[in-house]
Ligand binder design. Sequence first.
Ligand SMILES: Cc1cc2nc3c(=O)[nH]c(=O)nc-3n(C[C@H](O)[C@H](O)[C@H](O)COP(=O)(O)OP(=O)(O)OC[C@H]3O[C@@H](n4cnc5c(N)ncnc54)[C@H](O)[C@@H]3O)c2cc1C
Length: 409
Amino acid sequence: MSYPFPDNTDSYWLKSLPDSSFAELSDNIEVDVTIIGGGISGIVTAYQLKQSGYRVAVLEQKTIASGTTGGTTGKLTSQHGLVYSRLMRKFGQKNAKTYGDAYERSLKNIAEIVKRESINCSYEKQDNYVYTTYRDQLDVFEREATDAASLGLPVSLVGSLDLPFDVVCAVKFANQAKMNAYDFTHQLAKRVAMDDSFVFENSKAFSIKDSDPCLVKTKRGSVRSKHVVITTLIPPLPMFARFGYAAVEYPETSYIVSANVKKRLKGMYISPDPNHYSILQFRQGSKNVLLVGGESHIPGLGSAKNRQTALADYARKWFGAETVNSAWGAMDYMAYDGLPLIGRVYPWSKNLLVISGLKKWGLAGSMVGAETIVSIIQNEETDQVKLFTPHRLSAPLSIPETIARNFFH
Ligand SMILES: Cc1cc2nc3c(=O)[nH]c(=O)nc-3n(C[C@H](O)[C@H](O)[C@H](O)COP(=O)(O)OP(=O)(O)OC[C@H]3O[C@@H](n4cnc5c(N)ncnc54)[C@H](O)[C@@H]3O)c2cc1C
């Protein structure tokens, strides 16, 4: 069926214009840490560094949260598909626990920030479910629930959901959350841009000198600082880093459609089954707005319209959606081994750090990135710092596995 898709490709979130804007950098300034990129990773990192006593400057080339953060879904969760059995198999129990604990702590920290800073971003606690409609998947889901429980995560296995179709079972993570990440990032940026710290829009970083201190230049100004943190999905500079990171991570584009529906859902849902998608619902006034996301692919392969139509068909078939309010696409990077990439840009970097590879779970991942960066700047060699280092060999060594999963399944 063909839908009257909206003319523009703005996300549901970008339609609500923020009440904040920030000046362009037009001076030479000095702070403790420069953050390049004003998405959720950059802003949360800036905020956490400020909380630890550092003066920061954020440089955003366009406007705050106009990148992938403005095109996200909105789930805050430590449950990233059936991730824990895989992590235990690949990295062992201790590392899987480091991962799960970091993401659970991130949820708590974000909840605290929303409260402490009175951020109005439709934040709401909700349970998250990964379900299957295939009977032969039951043992895989049971194993995931057992493995996640052995790591102390808030997991249980359930046999039915409030979805309009039957499921065989679902792995439930309790006490997760959802929020409007666009509003959250904007309002937090305002808290960052106070007390000798800065947020600049329309200020593209076009050169970075990794030294002591570092120097970042924009068209009309520069920032001198001890450390620089790059949070631009993949490091755009120096060019060598861009090529180097292609050996450890790859991009994926995904789509979301939003539509008003009658049914009100109690949880957040996703499934690895073919033809099932990520499902999230928000209230807008008296309306239930359903977001259906998925149809991921390597950028450049396939038509956005066909993929969005598949999502809209699903919203109509199962939830009775009649019109599509918004339809958009966004991109994120995934490390080949499935862990985020957080640490020094190169093994020999003096003071140049990066947060990347948040693998479409970067809302909670932003805080995991921020926490790891604060540890590195404070010279703490935590298990988390060691696990997420961008220089681990498991990332390039997992390229064949990723190719097999994407092209031969
Ligand atoms: C369709 C989709 C759905 C998703 N749903 C979820 C979800 O439900 N839950 C979840 O946890 N995650 C989700 N994700 C992932 C999550 O949205 C991302 O991981 C997260 O938003 C990434 O944030 P970021 O700040 O790292 O990147 P971005 O938001 O892209 O920010 C990077 C910023 O850097 C700026 N920039 C680039 N180059 C420069 C430069 N040279 N100088 C200055 N600035 C520069 C860009 O303009 C951009 O604003 C989803 C992702 C996609 C694609």
